[in-house]
Design a protein around this ligand. Structure first.
Ligand code: LLP
Length: 463
């Protein structure tokens, strides 16, 4: 078959898939702290508050749909990651999860570094004052202009992703009279247990240079011959939304093996290894993520053990969490528009956003939770599918969940854990206006990314 397609409805409107909540939760009004940001609670009237502010006020002031980001939670998670790894490791926040100038400033204040993967992310970082030497530049097809700019600015490291890029970065550094610090991204042959589109270290995909067949060793060989490059280490990122540490262990072991081969062949001990990001978060109560200190301990134990076995000094470790820092810190607030009970199936609840503010459900079959947040309710649970307002039957925000049966148009519902890869992957599909991101902290709320306007749309359309 030269192409595959699925008809508009059936793939999404199928019977309940395996692993979904078989039964409604015991208490529909409860807010599971695993999936909600840390300052979220219900006030005396039962309405959800974040950073001390109630959702009714937030909806009135900022409109819906909107993302509300719990700033103190974001900062606490940054600190938890850097404390967990201590002074012997570097934490690079992966900006692709969500990046704005305010976020860049918080990262600096909390002592984190930043991973960017495009000229746009680089511009945002620099504009908000992130020092270039604290930036890592990623991407499997960086343009020549992006490379020249990154080298010219003196970014702390460029992660080389292909043989062509070794030559391109070396050329740019030579032209600019610089010696650029680089890492080589390798694919270690680990099949991470996650969705195919977000697994990145098995061999049949576009990122990195394979350890298999001596490819990565050859990349090291070539890089070491180029005077304008300083090879500081090896990089591996195995995928996203991963709970099982086994994949990281195999990855760390294989990267250390490569370091040992490099020492044996070239007499050089590379000083760093980067184990990437990809740590999972709780989207529903069924998910059980690991804490940063457990992850740090597991990773540093394995690296130390493997290095001792190979007689290598332990390299400095870096990690690149994106989702694990920002994901749990935000929720999306929607207003209920229409409610359509489908006899014997489920009730479709349409909200004022959809796949334009959260593409993850349509793209990865991602699971989310949802709660009625403008009030509590004692009504019976009803099985719902929360859908958006786009012209697409796959426009689903939450596939299967329970909401109270007295849900009514005008109620506010919220989807937690939307801090990562929701605003950053948002689109203007159907000429919708991308929602704002509002940071909430200690009783104050401020817009950090404003809502798009129709003027924004028209300003790009030059007629
Ligand atoms: N480092 C590298 C080299 C990466 O490619 C990524 C993510 C990260 C770090 C951060 O991964 P995290 O800790 O956030 O999982 N859009 C997908 C995820 C794609 C991630 C791409 N790279 C999603 O919504 O699940």
């Amino acid at each position: 078959m030269s192409r595959s397609a699925h008809p508009a409805g059936p793939r999404h409107a199928d019977v309940l898939h395996e692993g979904h909540y078989a039964a409604p939760p015991a208490d529909l009004n409860a807010l599971d702290e695993k999936v909600w940001s840390r300052t979220v609670t219900r006030d005396a009237d039962g309405a959800l508050t974040v950073g001390g502010i109630g959702v009714a006020r937030l909806a009135e002031e900022f409109g819906t749909p909107a993302y509300f980001l719990d700033e103190s939670d974001f900062r606490a998670r940054c600190r938890a990651w850097s404390d967990a790894f201590g002074g012997d490791a570097d934490v690079f926040y992966a900006g692709k999860a969500f990046l704005s100038r305010a976020v860049v400033r918080w990262l600096q204040e909390e002592g984190l570094n930043l991973d960017v993967c495009s000229g746009g992310e680089l511009t945002t970082a620099l504009d908000a004052g992130m020092p270039a030497e604290r930036i890592a530049f990623h991407g499997n097809n960086k343009s020549l202009a992006e490379i020249e700019r990154a080298v010219g600015l003196g970014v702390g490291r460029i992660v080389l992703d292909s043989f062509q890029e070794i030559v391109r970065v070396a050329g740019a550094a030579q032209r600019l009279g610089r010696r650029q610090r680089v890492q080589i991204r390798v694919t270690v042959g680990v099949e991470a247990h996650t969705h195919e589109f977000i697994a990145t270290a098995h061999e049949d995909q576009k990122f990195g240079i394979a350890l298999a067949g001596g490819q990565a060793a050859e990349a090291v060989r070539r890089t070491l011959t180029l005077d304008s490059l300083e090879l500081i280490g090896i990089h591996s990122h195995i995928g996203s939304q991963i709970f099982d540490m086994a994949g990281f262990e195999v990855s760390a072991r294989r990267v250390v093996q490569l370091l040992a081969e490099v020492r044996d062949e070239h007499g050089v001990e590379l000083p760093e290894i980067d184990l990437g990001g990809g740590l999972g978060i709780a989207y529903t109560s069924d998910d059980d993520p690991r804490e940063p200190h457990e992850i740090a301990k597991a990773l540093s134990d394995i690296v130390t053990r493997e290095c001792e076995a190979s007689g290598l000094a332990t390299p400095r470790i870096s990690v690149e969490p994106g989702r694990a820092i920002v994901g749990p810190t935000a929720f999306t607030l929607y207003e209920v528009g229409t409610i359509k009970p489908l006899e014997g199936l489920r009730t479709y609840v349409s909200v004022d956003g959809g796949m334009s503010d959260n593409i993850r459900t349509a793209l990865y079959d991602a699971e989310y939770s949802v709660a009625l947040v403008s009030r509590t309710s004692d009504a019976e649970p009803m099985l719902v599918r929360v859908v958006g307002k786009h012209c697409e039957s796959g426009d689903i925000v939450v596939k299967d969940a329970f909401l109270p049966a007295d849900l009514a148009p005008g109620d506010l519902i919220a989807v937690p854990a939307t801090g990562a890869y929701c605003r950053s992957m948002a689109s203007n599909y159907n000429h919708s206006l991308r929602p704002p991101v509002v940071a909430v902290r200690d009783g104050e709320a401020r817009v950090i990314v404003r809502r798009e306007t129709e003027e924004d749309l028209l300003s790009l359309d030059v007629g």
